[in-house]
Design a protein around this ligand. Structure first.
Ligand SMILES: *Cc1c(COP(=O)(O)O)cnc(C)c1O
Length: 490
């Protein structure tokens, strides 16, 4: 399988690339993205075949049908990491919460958030490509919370890869910070920056574009790569759990094979939703994909009105920070799939130059055949957390809560919904404690204890232990010192 480009081909780029090439250098011609030339068709035959399979063997069969240039042994090793999830025999539990609403829990991995679903196997794949080519890579990450811990966790002690991860000092939750600063592998560097997330992000972008920095790395025989959410090496692992969740509903007798369902996704950069869209195109019976947002509701506007308008929009901090995103990068791959390369290039260039694009009414109709959307503010979200806990006995995090609003406003009665839960309650405990009991300004450790008592749930061991572990990553610097600090580390 080869990969083609969403904005057409620039004369100095190859027309098509392999999976490995798309992973190592994910930015295509004209700033576009790589997409598979043709998706494999799975159909009902695949679903029937895997009704009794494990998560892993279904995953390996799906990956095999992509015919990518990664050895089967490497893929086996990659998906074997799902064995480290809470329940090796079912890494993604699907739980019935209400009559038509099932929650697919994507957070049972080592860092308790959904980034593990893709980053865990991705780490194995990237390291294996680097070893095969006998090259060394530096992965740069800037994080406000979930991506940093998941990237560090997957690359720790892996050959030919180093990670430098920047976070805003004071800008993450205690649990997220501890997950990073207690990592002690020699190939990992965690850097606290005196500033906000945007400072870390801006520093990262500057380094990625700096020829001086690249030359300094070259002297140390190191190349730059990125593990961000436009990387197809992450997307491919995000198709699997949508198929798995559907099969779980069939297994539980909630639906019959072939019956259509809604996939309801709390969205930021649209990687999770894109995985669902590809699963659908490959043959999964889906009624629609419902895109849930917080107050940064640019995707609701796109899907309801056909306009992507950043002109008067600023990111608003919310209690679901992983969705505080306005430039939702993976939407581009849907545009390409629906409207082709020329139109995608036109729309994306308009977004870059004018901060705006608008679909025609025919285009909007096409988009609405696939997607519906709604958004939910923080207060409503807390109400859903409290009510769902009190009425249905189910505890969820603020990202997942946004889906409960769109379930009410978008899903037709009688069609089952799969809501994707992207973080465990332990990652956003102060907000949840506030929702449940009204307590304010609690630190993570107190909120964890309070929720544990109210909900009669144990605090998972790996979270409790974080507060005892020694802090090994102590670097906290001004943003001007980042480059020097990273070169010192390399
Ligand atoms: C990353 C993340 C999201 C958003 O996922 P996308 O694939 O970027 O749309 C939602 N919730 C949590 C907890 C996340 O970490």
């Amino acid at each position: 399988m080869q990969f083609i480009q969403t904005r057409g081909v620039d004369t100095n780029k190859k027309e098509k690339v392999t999976f490995s090439e798309a992973i190592l250098d994910p930015i295509a011609s004209f700033g576009g993205l790589y997409v598979p030339e043709k998706l494999p068709e799975l159909g009902e035959e695949f679903l029937q075949k895997h009704l009794k399979s494990s998560y892993k063997s279904m995953a390996l069969d799906m990956l095999a049908r992509f015919e990518i240039d990664i050895d089967p042994e490497v893929l086996s090793e990659a998906v074997a990491l799902y064995d480290k999830f809470d329940d090796a025999s079912n890494p993604v539990p699907v739980v019935k919460v209400k009559e038509d609403l099932y929650v697919s829990e994507l957070y049972h991995g080592p860092t308790r958030a959904f980034k593990d679903m893709a980053l865990q196997p991705f780490g194995v794949v990237l390291s294996s490509i680097a070893q095969k080519r006998d090259e060394n890579y530096l992965i740069l990450a800037a994080t406000s919370g979930d991506t940093g811990p998941a990237a560090l966790e997957t690359f720790k002690n892996r050959a030919n890869v180093k990670v430098a991860c920047m976070y805003p000092e004071g800008g993450t939750s205690d649990v997220q910070r501890l997950q990073m600063v207690t990592e002690d592998a020699p190939n990992l560097k965690v850097i606290g920056i005196k500033g906000v997330f945007d400072d870390a992000q801006t520093a990262l972008k500057r380094l990625l574009g700096s020829d001086k920095f690249k030359a300094a790395l070259k002297e140390k025989d190191t190349k730059l790569s990125a593990a961000n959410s436009v990387n197809f090496g992450r997307i491919i692992f995000q198709i699997i759990y949508h198929i798995h969740s559907y099969l779980e509903l069939v297994r539980q007798g909630a639906i019959t094979m072939g019956e259509k369902v809604y996939l309801n996704v709390p969205s930021g950069n649209f990687g999770n939703a894109l995985g669902g869209y590809y699963a659908w195109k490959m043959g999964l019976p889906v009624e629609k994909i419902i895109i849930s947002s917080n107050r940064n509701n640019i995707l609701t506007q796109l899907i309801k009105e056909g306009r992507y308008d950043l002109r008067n929009n600023k990111v608003i901090p919310t209690t679901s920070p992983a969705m505080d995103i306005l430039k939702s990068s993976n939407v581009e791959r849907v545009l390409f799939d629906l409207f082709g390369e020329q139109r995608t290039k036109e729309l994306m260039e308009s977004l870059e130059k004018e901060n705006f694009y608008e679909l025609t009414s025919e285009e909007l109709a096409k988009l609405q055949q696939c997607f519906d959307a709604d958004w939910c503010d923080d207060e409503e979200g807390k109400r859903y957390i409290k009510e769902t806990f009190e009425n249905d006995g189910y505890l969820m995090d603020p990202h997942t809560a946004t889906c409960f609003k769109s379930y009410e406003t978008c899903a037709k009665e009688g069609i089952k919904s799969i809501v994707y839960s992207t973080a465990e309650w332990t990652k956003f405990s102060p907000v949840i404690a506030n929702a449940l009991t009204g307590e304010v300004d609690t630190r993570d450790i107190d909120a964890l204890k309070s929720i544990s008592k109210t909900a009669n749930l144990p605090i998972p061991k790996m979270i409790e232990e974080l507060f005892e572990k020694p802090i090994t990553q102590k670097t906290i610097i001004e943003k001007e010192q980042i480059e020097e600090e990273i070169l010192k580390f390399i």
